[in-house]
Design a protein around this ligand. Structure first.
Ligand SMILES: NC(=O)c1ccc[n+]([C@@H]2O[C@H](COP(=O)([O-])OP(=O)(O)OC[C@H]3O[C@@H](n4cnc5c(N)ncnc54)[C@H](OP(=O)(O)O)[C@@H]3O)[C@@H](O)[C@H]2O)c1
Length: 178
């Protein structure tokens, strides 16, 4: 299969390492101009260098922004006002005793794993629709449907992403159902 993304811009969130970085390399190999992201300039630039090393001639920009915050999202939107491909890869996980997960931790998981992607989708999707082409991808997990006992907070956020995907199927006005 040959996927041609020449002339397209792709943003992969939380891509300074791991799955996001692998996705960024692949999108670059398909010809997209790629934006990689981590919270520090050091990790974002290192990821950009990694993509260039794997895909000679790749157009890559590293943007440091904490996308779990309003300020970080605003900085990203300033630096990259439009994208054609948005990969909401950013996600955190750790094992915790379910009865020990405090409110701050729940809030952080919802902010990082759900709201960051929702916020960017809200900002970028209208431009894709206006231009008549675009893709938004959320990176899920089997933890969405088989929630591990030690990662209930993580699983709940991944189940929420499944709900947002189902909700994105457009309904005619006035035909909303519960
Ligand atoms: N790994 C798995 O086994 C697995 C399995 C199923 C699904 N997934 C999903 O796949 C996705 C990627 O997982 P991964 O394991 O590849 O991640 P990872 O290796 O832990 O990488 C996390 C990345 O996110 C960046 N990051 C963390 N917080 C950030 C923030 N607030 N704003 C911007 N960047 C931030 C980190 O860079 P900095 O430290 O520089 O910020 C790092 O590059 C997640 O959605 C995860 O739920 C992973």
């Amino acid at each position: 299969m040959r996927i041609d993304l020449e002339g397209r811009t792709a943003l992969v969130t939380g891509s300074a390492q791991g799955i996001g970085l692998a996705i960024a390399r692949t999108l670059a190999a398909c010809g997209a101009s790629v934006v990689v992201n981590g919270r520090s300039a050091g990790t974002a630039q290192r990821a950009a260098r990694d993509v260039r090393a794997h895909v000679p001639g790749a157009q890559v920009t590293g943007i440091a922004a904490d996308l779990a915050t309003d300020d970080g999202s605003a900085a990203m939107l300033d630096a990259v006002p439009d994208v054609d491909v948005l990969v909401n890869n950013l996600g955190i996980f750790a094992s915790e005793d379910p009865l020990e997960i405090d409110d701050d931790t729940w809030r952080r998981y919802l902010e990082v794993n759900v709201l960051a992607g929702v916020r960017l989708t809200r900002a970028y999707l209208p431009g894709m629709m206006e231009r008549g082409w675009g893709r938004v991808q959320f990176i899920g997990s089997d933890s969405a449907v088989a929630i591990p006992a030690e990662m209930i907070h993580y699983g709940v956020t991944k189940t929420a992403l499944l709900a947002s995907r189902a909700g994105s199927r457009r309904r005619p006005p006035g035909r909303a159902s519960r």
